[in-house]
Design a binder for this molecule. Structure first.
Ligand SMILES: NC(=O)c1ccc[n+]([C@@H]2O[C@H](COP(=O)([O-])OP(=O)(O)OC[C@H]3O[C@@H](n4cnc5c(N)ncnc54)[C@H](O)[C@@H]3O)[C@@H](O)[C@H]2O)c1
Length: 275
């Protein structure tokens, strides 16, 4: 999608982090925005940061609620006339080992991170097919091609998003709809502050400090890279130097790198338990 000016973008998770920065930068490119989130106050905060005169509508949507996502797609078309781009960005995380995590927390992550993307894709697809050109940008993660310990539901859901994206690329290849699978590394946002913590990973304050230390890319920079991928119709977009390095390590040492990360996490957790 070379020219974004005047395009209608439906964006989830727009109240914070990457989604907020995407909204600001897309409004700066004269996109018309349909912003969705569960966090009404955060959405209002995002809208207050948009350039004066931006064409924007606000929608309270829980992406895990299938009926609500379909109703939102209809609302967007009723308000803006059509839709050109969908960015399924809303996400949450949890920190716990698989043997400790409750099914309730597993489902919470999976329903938002995977089913939210599936509903957002399927609900908008009939509208996108009506356009001469259209794009779906689905946010996966480095966790979509490499799992990190204590992130079981997030790893599984982001791998599933990657699989969904590749399936869409195969099935929609001869249509007007282009797919971008986005894989960010550590981005400084509220993702860990908003996460659920349980079991051995329950040290919330410490996990937040650790994440802020290793997350090497700002949300502004991440949004810029994602929009760059959209404009170039990239099928796969890595975000951040860490994502590029992890991608390389996975290709070079598929099992060895995984074993090493598992070993390091095991050592760290044993040391913490000894304290
Ligand atoms: N921050 C990172 O390091 C990182 C890395 C890789 C991928 N990602 C992905 O980037 C995306 C954006 O996350 P972020 O880092 O900006 O986090 P964030 O917590 O700052 O923003 C996430 C947004 O999603 C919204 N949200 C949560 N549950 C929702 C629901 N059920 N329905 C609608 N909205 C909901 C939140 O209210 C919030 O506004 C997510 O998909 C996340 O998994 C983030």
């Amino acid at each position: 999608m070379k020219n974004l000016s005047g395009k209608v973008v439906a964006l989830t998770g727009a109240a914070s982090g990457i989604g907020r920065c995407l909204a600001i930068q897309l409004a700066g490119k004269n996109c018309h925005l349909a912003l969705a989130d569960v966090d009404e106050e955060g959405l209002r905060g995002t809208i207050a940061l948009l350039p004066a005169g931006a064409n924007v509508s606000m929608h309270i949507v829980d992406v895990a609620n299938r009926m609500r996502v379909y109703a939102w797609a209809d609302e967007v078309v009723a308000r803006h006339g059509h839709v050109d781009i969908v960015i399924n960005n809303a996400g949450v995380a949890s920190t716990a080992r698989l043997d400790e995590i409750s099914y309730e927390d597993f489902d919470w992550v999976f329903n938002i991170v995977f089913y939210g993307v599936l509903y957002g894709t399927k609900a908008f697809l009939p509208y996108l097919k009506q356009r001469d050109e259209a794009n779906i940008v689905n946010i996966s993660s480095v966790n979509g091609f490499f799992p990190f310990p204590q992130n079981g539901p997030y790893n599984a859901a982001k791998h599933a998003v990657k699989g969904l994206n590749q399936t869409l690329m195969q099935e929609l290849r001869s249509t007007n709809v282009k797919i971008t699978s986005v894989h960010p590394g550590g981005i400084r946002t509220n993702i860990v502050r908003n996460a659920r913590f349980s079991g051995n990973g329950a040290n919330r304050g410490k996990k937040i400090i650790e994440f802020d230390r290793v997350a090497g890319t700002s949300a502004e920079k991440a949004a810029k890279i994602i929009i760059g991928g959209l404009v170039k119709n990239r099928k796969r977009q890595l975000v951040g130097k860490d994502a590029v390095i992890i991608d390389l390590l996975v290709r070079l040492f598929p099992q060895g790198f995984s074993d090493m990360v598992g070993f390091a996490a095991d050592l760290k957790s044993r040391k913490e338990n000894e304290k």
